[in-house]
Write a protein that binds this ligand. Structure first.
Ligand code: ASP
Length: 361
């Protein structure tokens, strides 16, 4: 039995197979209407969501399964102080698979380590969001016909934007990918993404400020929202919130076959006038997300029925309780009696196994 915490938990071969399944689902939905009969998905959402939760629920319903869950922490026992570990053990008695989102980085990992059913990370704080990446990959694959030999611009909040972190992890495994990271200095990509993904994989990347100056070289432009809810300093958010707006004059500078992606919700970083441009693919991305989530549910449930024993989640060399993570939104700060676990990165720095932030040494 396997869970999905990080997109690289799936091999590239598995991703191609899932994309084939998703494409088949979209052309022959009738073949899949009973595939999950008598199976139940629990959506445990401690943080707001429109697309991810509803597309998971639509995915399970279209597979003939059932759905239960909650959409805010206040309507669950989390409000009474229940731990993620206990919630995972309890929900394992009522459902066959869990999709969970929370503002705590590493919360899905803790749930997967305690559940007796597969757990899908539907977003853990600013850390990662692997199922958004499944939607992104299918969209790139369908629109560009390939996942390699691409120059990808990621623009906006690269610090807190978990979808960007997962996308970079996924793309690190394809040939000849170049990243152009477009952000204000304050919102640049975290060091752990550089030290653990970009540098060891010898990926070509540059960090720039101007969208206008870089848009013409891009095959894919991935716009993101400035993540208001993750700022400790609200004045900083106010100062940075309008950093980028993709509008028609900027689209004129782009390649004729560039595609525009956005995990949504958009606040104001893409003008609605861009929506009618054939290069705007962000609403197609939502539909692709549902089909990929269907493929994922099918895959994880099949694996769980073939082998109900939980796969080991920690595959690296780690040290227990030697260093403490100080990231205020890491699950290790609040979860009862959780071991502090860290592992060395490519720069010989210890990082927390739950949230990937560097620990104090
Ligand atoms: N929906 C995406 C997420 O949950 C993007 C965003 O919220 O800006 O991370």
């Amino acid at each position: 039995m396997r869970s999905l915490i990080d997109v690289t938990d799936l091999s590239t071969q598995e991703l191609y197979e899932m994309m084939d399944t998703a494409i088949d689902i979209s052309s022959h939905p009738e073949k899949y209407v009973k595939k999950c009969k008598n199976k139940t998905l629990a959506t445990l959402f401690y943080e707001p969501s429109t697309r991810t939760r509803l597309s998971f629920e639509a995915a399970m319903l279209e597979l003939g399964g059932n759905v239960l869950g909650f959409s805010e922490a206040n309507s669950s026992s989390a409000a009474k102080g229940e731990s993620f570990a206990d919630t995972a053990k309890v929900v394992s008695c009522y459902a066959d698979i869990i999709a969970t989102r929370s503002p705590k980085e590493g919360s899905a990992f803790v749930m997967a380590n305690n559940a007796t059913i597969p757990v899908i990370n539907a977003g853990d704080g600013g850390h990662c969001h692997p199922t958004q990446t499944l939607a992104d990959l299918l969209t790139i694959y369908k629109e560009k016909g390939r996942l390699d030999h691409l120059t990808i611009g990621v623009c906006g909040d690269l610090k807190y934007g978990r979808t960007v972190h997962s996308l970079i992890g996924a793309m690190s495994r394809y040939e000849n990918i170049k990243f152009v990271m477009i952000s204000p200095l304050e919102l640049s990509i975290p060091d752990y993404i550089k030290n653990d993904i970009l540098i060891p994989n010898h990926m070509d990347y540059k960090e720039v400020y101007s969208l206008e100056e870089s848009i013409s070289e891009l095959d894919v432009l991935y716009m993101t929202r400035i993540q208001r809810e993750r700022f400790e300093d609200k004045d900083e958010y106010e100062r940075l919130k309008n950093s980028y707006v993709l509008d028609l004059p900027k689209m004129d500078l782009a390649k004729k076959d560039m595609i525009v992606l956005h995990p949504l919700p958009r606040v104001n970083e893409i003008s609605v006038k861009v929506d009618d441009d054939p290069r705007a693919c962000y609403f197609k991305q939502c539909l692709n997300g549902k089909h990929m989530r269907m493929a994922l549910i099918l895959k994880l449930l099949e694996e769980a029925s073939n082998n109900p024993v939980r796969e080991k989640l920690i595959t690296k060399d780690v040290v227990y309780n030697q260093y403490k993570c100080t990231n205020p939104v890491c699950i290790s700060q609040t979860e009862q009696e959780l071991d502090h676990i860290s592992a060395l990165d490519s720069k010989n720095k210890y990082r927390c196994i739950y949230c990937d932030k560097e620990v104090n040494q």
